[in-house]
Design a protein around this ligand. Structure first.
Ligand code: SF4
Length: 483
């Protein structure tokens, strides 16, 4: 096991895609010989160790470079349960060493042109640009912050290439008129409802249209999932376009899992042309959850945070990732997932702050069953000074049965169903009124959630039980359908 990378499972280093000059091959071999045993280096070509408490993030089976996904827990990675989530190890060490602020910097996706190549020559070139004399005086001056500044002058330009320029700052949206009806209502201070509709498994859109028509009067926006559990269904953009045609405001979910950086930018530009403006950026459920035969389970081209960073710059700076200009700026209201109970709430809050800095304007949380436990997460978010920068919609899922409650608690990462709720559903099962009990639990939850400071709405995930949503909205929020 490498000296500085806890809990690592061996993964082979990347190989260059082309033949490289002899000198570079030798340098790459030396770098691997040094960093392999120490850090489990995989030769990604753009080293991030400085920012990640000297634990190589490429240990993550998804290759995430900006933090954990919503599915893993401190105990185990959900893609490969034989190892711990390396990102929790990075968070843990960063907090212990007081380096957690470094985790806020939005780090770039891999430059595959550099995969398998050494990262050192870029560092040498940059050190030469800064000047050996300046480096030595910066490292030895004894002035506060001088060492960090000097190291940053060498390493930052290397890890943040011109085409990325990630930072750890908040970037307020550069537009004023709401991009969508959802944004308009949130800005107006309305407590909003979004509801999720499962896309159909076939091209028959009859039920989809019925659901849209049924839920439209009760909601501010409708979510369309993007092949959840890595299982294909009708695409989110097609469902969103149908919703637009029916006069509803869609939230197009988009999973990085299935996109390359090219595909993502092309797809969101198409969404803009179709009148789809709310976009929920997700890393996406791993291919490990998919039915067989499975596709690749390793490296995803982008993570959810990188998607936010790219989309925000397309909208506010009018440029594609490669720097080409976008003459007519797209209007996007950008969202991200939040997972209050996935782990230590300090870790979660830092992760949410990074998403807000990258471009998230609204959060839709994982399913919540314990409104009281939410307070700690909201407090941590407040400490990070992002409550006034992001709208939060709490995820709610009406329980249809005791079995569904057990499944959610045991199988859905980041979801925690309290013992009292499980007991109530078990008793209801014995009395034969599970669905009614599930509705009552949901209504009680909404009653508590709607009073919480910093919460702007709810996001109902009825998972195939869409018919119940109108009743929940009517009884939970006293909302009558908008004619
Ligand atoms: S971040 Fe990249 S270069 Fe750095 S140790 Fe990990 S794989 Fe190697």
């Amino acid at each position: 096991m490498p000296g500085f990378t806890p809990g690592r499972r061996y993964q082979p280093p990347f190989m260059p895609f082309k033949r490289v000059p002899f000198k570079q091959r030798v340098l790459a071999k030396i770098e691997l010989a040094v960093k392999g045993p120490l850090f489990g280096c995989r030769m990604c070509g753009n080293c991030l160790l400085q920012e990640t408490a000297f634990i190589c993030p490429m240990e993550c089976p998804k290759g995430l470079r900006n933090g954990p996904c919503g599915g893993s827990t401190p105990e185990k990675c959900y893609v490969d349960e034989s190892r711990p989530c390396i990102w929790y190890k990075i968070y843990d060490r960063s907090f212990k060493l007081g380096r957690e602020a470094l985790l806020l910097e939005v780090l770039p996706p891999m430059d595959w042109n550099k995969a398998g190549m050494d990262a050192w020559s870029d560092v040498f070139i940059q050190a030469k640009n800064v000047g050996v004399k300046n480096i030595i005086s910066g490292l030895t001056s004894g002035e506060a912050g001088s060492v960090t500044k000097t190291l940053d002058s060498v390493f930052r330009p290397v890890r943040q290439p011109d085409w990325w320029q990630g930072d750890a700052l908040y970037h307020a949206p550069k537009y004023t008129e709401p991009a969508s009806e959802l944004e308009r209502r949130l800005k107006a201070g309305e407590f909003v409802v979004a509801a999720e509709i499962s896309p159909p498994m076939s091209a028959n859109t009859e039920k989809l249209k019925q659901n849209i028509e049924m839920l439209k009067p009760y909601t501010a926006a409708l979510n369309f999932t993007d092949s959840p559990s890595a299982t294909p269904r009708m695409s989110s953009w097609a469902c969103s376009k149908i919703a637009v045609d029916l006069g509803a405001d869609p939230i197009m979910q988009i999973a990085a899992r299935d996109r390359t950086r090219i595909g993502l930018q092309g797809e969101v530009m198409g969404a803009e042309a179709l009148g789809i403006h709310n976009i929920l950026c997700l890393t996406g459920d791993s291919m490990a959850l998919a039915p067989s035969p499975r596709g690749r389970m390793d490296i995803v081209d982008l993570d959810g945070i990188q998607m936010l960073w790219i989309l925000r710059r397309m909208r506010d700076e009018g440029k594609y990732l490669d720097g080409r200009e976008i003459k007519t700026l797209p209007k996007y209201f950008l969202g991200a997932a939040a997972s209050p109970f996935a782990s230590n709430m300090k870790f979660q809050a830092l992760r949410e702050q990074k998403k807000v800095n990258a471009g998230a304007q609204f959060f839709q949380t994982n399913v919540v069953f314990d409104a009281d436990a939410l307070d700690e997460w909201l407090n941590e978010i407040a400490k990070r000074d992002i409550l006034d920068k992001v709208y939060i919609m709490i995820g709610i899922s009406p329980l249809k049965s005791y079995r569904a409650a057990m499944y959610m608690n045991d199988k859905i990462p980041g979801v925690f169903v309290p013992e009292t709720v499980l007991k109530r559903m078990e008793n209801a099962k014995a009395k034969g009124n599970e669905q009614e009990e599930g509705v009552q639990i949901t209504l009680e939850l909404i009653e508590k959630i709607k009073t919480k400071q910093g919460v702007s709405g709810i996001h109902i995930m009825a998972v195939g039980w869409e018919d119940i949503v109108p009743r929940i909205v009517r009884e939970g929020l006293g909302v009558n359908p908008v004619k």
